[in-house]
Design a protein. Structure first.
Length: 603
């Protein structure tokens, strides 16, 4: 990256920490400083203890954040006993933090306290809802995370003989976990808390794809095909035989059993309705999902109305582009033209990746116009792996390794070329990579002094809100000069606006899957296959799709507030540093922090 300068990052961090300090109080006397430091240290001990203990419940997270001592372990089985352990764990730390005096904390410590307390209470609230009964779906679930780890293309290292042994042990734990998933889903059938049929059938091929007769065709054989040259012939032979046995005798039977369960038992008992409001206690469950994902106190009706307004506004902007490029016909005809004309689409997956690599260089050169900071870690553009491409999103981002051994990855799904139009090149790259997800997530990992619960934690509304806000900076960076690239920006914004309508429509207003599909067809030029994937995504993970637009609104609102309050003294680079430099924050905590920073700039 063009701004990877350690000294500049350190300077920005020191300025950001100053902005977080509560300047409303006079300088403290020596005794009170000692008290404050003591309280801060108590907080640090609590949150560090929490992080270490939490990895016993989430060993996969340990691998992703570089705690490699957990590489041979898998998540605890989904049992009532383990849920009770997790509940007791949450209450233990709520009791610990209740002993602290918030008034004695400031700066980063105050942010950590507020975040930690809020998250623990939210986790406690989540216990009211039977999420363990629908533990996986076609969009999310550890079954896909595990396959990614086993492919050698994710965070699981395969550099030493011990690394290979670790994954065998982890795979054995996965099988036990998968058996508990089947038991939980069977309990879900009994309680009528099940996936919609349209989602359940999408799960089946994800498991069937791992049932192979030839072990060399398994995704789990990839680390064997790529064994380090440093291994001796004897080591290679031993590892190869161990993995043949693992795939043939352990993994394939486990995937076959789960496939049979889905086909013979689960899918026939899945539901025809799609919304959470159709589940027992589903209305309250969806309200919780809104709060969990947005960190805001908005009703489904408020969000739905806002979404409808935004969809209408963006359609008007799209009409202007249609007129600018001289297209004769109405907007629906323009949508059809964009969907069907070959000029707007790539001819091969290789061409897609090459185009995004080229736009990466273009954007990297523009970023310094609006930013004083950038992550040290770079990112690479990579196609989504074949085994998960059919159900994966059109694009996604994976953070770099904390130790710098692996760059961030901007994944492009090349499974369906019609879902990757050329006109979204700039906006999608901004969103997923720089200055969107890559900037925000990699910077968060690199900031020194953040407790690990913040360094590796996050909030959808912050991450996705930031990425969508980053898209809105395109013109300020000198991008979107091509009207079709600007149309691509509108396409992306329209997608997020439609999500406000669709998520609430499906889960609070009784919309059907078909209603959702028709709404998207009428208000966008998206490929039908992409529309179907999007609608089914909203059905699977309620509330998540609300985060993008609502987060963008809040960040833009805070920028306007800061600019109005500071006038000529407002510096957009400093504002962006303030948003990013303390890591991901819930929106109410971010708002309070920015207002403290603005107040400090007036002194």
């Amino acid at each position: 990256m063009t701004m990877n300068k350690k000294a500049l990052l350190a300077l920005a961090i020191s300025g950001a920490l100053f902005g977080c300090v509560d300047t409303s109080k006079n300088q403290s006397s020596a005794p009170s400083v000692v008290v404050s430091q003591t309280m801060t240290q108590q907080l640090e001990n609590i949150v560090e203890g929490y992080f270490d203990e939490s990895l016993a419940f989430q060993p996969l997270s340990g691998t992703f954040v570089g705690q490699y001592q957990y590489n041979d372990q898998y998540s605890l089985p989904l049992t009532a006993q383990n849920r009770a352990k997790m509940s007791a764990f949450t209450q233990k730390y709520l009791s610990k933090i209740a002993q602290l005096d918030e008034s004695e904390l400031s700066g980063q410590a105050l942010l950590t306290y507020q975040i930690f307390k809020r998250d623990l209470k939210l986790a406690q609230e989540a216990e009211k809802f039977p999420s363990h009964l629908i533990p996986i779906d076609q969009m999310s679930g550890e079954h896909n995370t595990f396959a990614g780890l086993g492919s050698g293309q994710s965070a699981q290292p395969f550099n030493t003989v011990e690394d290979y042994s670790d994954f065998v042990k982890r795979a054995e734990g996965f099988v036990v976990w998968l058996q508990s998933v089947e038991a939980s889903m069977r309990e879900g059938i009994a309680q009528q808390v099940v996936l919609p049929t349209v989602l359940a059938v999408k799960l089946l091929p994800q498991f069937q794809s791992h049932i192979v007769d030839d072990v060399t065709q398994s995704v789990f054989w990839m680390p064997i095909a790529n064994m380090p040259d440093t291994f001796t012939a004897s080591e290679k032979q031993h590892i190869e035989q161990r993995y043949r046995t693992l795939i043939t005798d352990t993994l394939v039977p486990a995937y076959r059993q789960m496939s049979l369960f889905l086909e013979k038992e689960y899918i026939p008992n899945a539901r025809e309705t799609v919304g959470y409001s159709d589940l027992p206690g589903g209305k309250a469950w969806y309200e919780y999902k809104i709060k969990e994902n947005t960190t805001l106190t908005l009703s489904a009706e408020e969000i739905h109305t806002l979404g409808m307004s935004e969809v209408k506004r963006i359609l008007s902007e799209m009409t202007k582009v249609k007129e600018q490029v001289g297209f004769e016909g109405d907007l629906p005809a323009f949508f059809t033209h964009l969907r069907e004309s070959e000029e707007f689409y790539f001819s091969s997956p290789q061409e897609v990746i090459a185009a995004y690599e080229a736009v990466k260089a273009k954007i990297d050169a523009k970023v310094p116009l609006l930013f004083d900071i950038a992550p040290k870690a770079d990112y690479v553009v990579q196609a989504v792996e074949d085994f998960r491409a059919e159900s994966a999103a059109g694009a996604s981002y994976q953070s770099p390794a904390p130790d710098g051994s692996r760059p961030g990855i901007f994944y492009i799904n090349t499974h369906n070329l019609k879902a990757q139009p050329k006109f979204i090149l700039e906006t999608l790259s901004i969103h997923e990579a720089a200055p969107g997800h890559h900037f925000q997530i990699a910077l968060q990992q690199e900031v020194e002094g953040l407790p690990r619960i913040r360094k590796f934690g996050g909030y959808t509304v912050f991450a996705e809100g930031w990425a969508l806000y980053a898209e809105s900076l395109g013109k300020e960076m000198g991008l979107f000069t091509d009207p079709y690239q600007w149309y691509g920006r509108l396409v992306d914004e329209q997608l997020r606006a439609m999500r406000l309508v669709l998520d609430t429509g499906l889960h609070a207003k009784g919309w059907t899957r078909e209603q959702g599909i028709e709404f998207m067809k009428a208000n966008s030029s998206m490929a039908e296959s992409d529309i179907i994937s999007e609608v089914e995504r909203y059905i699977a993970i309620p509330g998540q799709a609300l985060s993008y637009k609502l987060g963008q609104f809040k960040i833009r609102e805070l920028r306007e507030y800061s600019a109005n309050e500071l006038g000529d003294a407002f510096d957009v680079k400093q504002f962006h540093t303030q948003i990013l430099i303390d890591g991901s924050l819930p929106m109410p905590i971010l708002e309070a922090k920015i207002k403290r920073w603005v107040a400090s700039q007036k002194i």
